[in-house]
Design a protein around this ligand. Structure first.
Ligand code: IPM
Ligand code: MG
Length: 370
């Protein structure tokens, strides 16, 4: 019985707080039935933090995030803050946490569950059994590169600048995460860049190739231009196992892959830092969907992605593989049983709201562990 698992929960904006409530049910269930206890703190991030603290992520929140074992993050942003100045956007909350905690590897699984094959925009045969893992670099590249900004020249003409920069160290460490993961899956990495037009892409291709050859000769490595990868994801997605890409390409391709599953409301993600000398690493877990302001407060959001993010947290931050699988199986079974939130509703299924879905998951957990 261990009680020192420290979590910081940051529900954020929009549907974040609603879906996080359902995670709390699962956490409570774990406390009761699996004899693990979590020490949970809550904090503000995004628009909620802007309103209360004048910044999308305060220094104090960053310090608290560093002090815990894992952060469970909801989602940020909404129309209320659309007119905020660029340096006060709610989105900065998550960008700052990634950067300040050194969370350089963003793992985004795109999995098509059997029960949801028909929800995909692609033909069922193309996506049945699809299981792709996107590994996105998340503290470098064009998101943070300097110089950046909008400059006005003497004639009043403006120029917008962003800079794509990658050091070989940044490429190597995220490549190792991708190769490691591939070994536990189907042993293949597809590394994407635009080595045909970008210098940082040339370096990316070279470094990933070197790491593969020297440290992971047993893993199949394929290089692909990012635009081609987008096309291949839409035409033959099952050829992929692990896709490795920069911050920007990973951002774009992970949305595309998510759309293939037909259920953004189902997809979790993990963002991991380096393992330190004591074996610990900073980590943040969040659903791939955003704050969905259009449905916020209506009690109809799908809590599954947030709950599956908690399952990833169990696996990656605490090595609780069995418990993670239990939560994932509960989600699969509840869907197979015909319950659907609005985002994944299909003919003949029973449409339920956020909390009914959460309750059903807890009942399924009871059943699975009886
Ligand atoms: C994501 C989002 C973020 C990103 C935004 C909200 C800053 O699109 O996590 O994919 O671009 O990284
Ligand atoms: Mg994105």
């Amino acid at each position: 019985m261990s009680s020192n698992k420290k979590l910081l929960i940051l529900p954020g904006d929009g549907i974040g707080p609603e879906v996080m409530r359902e995670v709390r049910r699962v956490v409570d269930w774990m406390d009761r039935r699996r004899h693990v206890s979590f020490n949970i703190e809550e904090g503000l991030v995004g628009g909620a933090a802007l309103d209360a603290e004048g910044t999308p992520c305060s220094d104090e929140t960053v310090e608290r995030a560093k002090a815990v074992d894992a952060v469970l993050f909801g989602s940020v942003g909404g129309p209320k803050w659309d007119s905020m100045p660029f340096d006060k956007r709610p989105e900065l909350g998550v960008l700052r946490l990634r950067k300040d905690l050194g969370l350089f590897a963003n793992l985004r699984p795109a999995v098509v569950l059997d029960a949801l094959v028909d929800a995909s925009s692609l033909k069922p045969d193309l996506v049945r059994g699809l299981d792709v893992m996107i590994v996105r670099e998340s503290t470098g590249g064009i998101y943070f590169g300097e110089p950046r900004g909008i400059h006005t020249d003497a004639n009043g003409k403006r120029t917008g600048i962003d800079t794509e920069v990658y050091t070989e160290g940044e490429i190597a460490r995220v490549a190792r995460i991708a190769f490691d993961l591939a070994r536990k899956r189907r042993n293949k990495v597809t590394s994407v860049e635009k080595a045909n037009v970008m210098q940082s892409g040339r370096l990316w291709r070279a470094v990933v190739g070197e790491i593969g050859k020297a440290e992971f000769p047993d893993v199949e490595l394929e290089h692909m231009y990012a635009d081609n990868c987008a096309m291949q994801l839409c035409s033959r997605p099952k050829q992929f196992d692990v896709i490795l890409g920069s911050n920007l390409f990973g951002d774009v391709l992970s949305d595309l892959a998510a759309a293939l599953t037909g259920s953004l409301g189902m997809l979790p993600s993990a963002t991991l830092g380096a393992v330190d000398a004591s074996g610990r690493r900073h980590a943040l877990y969040e659903p791939v969907h955003g704050s969905a302001p259009d449905i916020a407060g209506k009690g109809i959001a799908n809590p599954c992605a947030q709950i599956l993010s908690f399952a990833m947290l169990l696996r990656w931050s605490f090595g609780m593989e069995e418990d993670a699988r239990l939560v994932e199986t509960a989600v699969e079974n509840v869907l197979a049983g015909g319950l659907r939130t609005a985002d994944i509703m299909q003919p003949g299924m029973a449409r339920v709201g956020t909390s009914v879905m959460g309750e059903a998951l807890v009942r399924e957990l009871d059943k699975l562990s009886a």
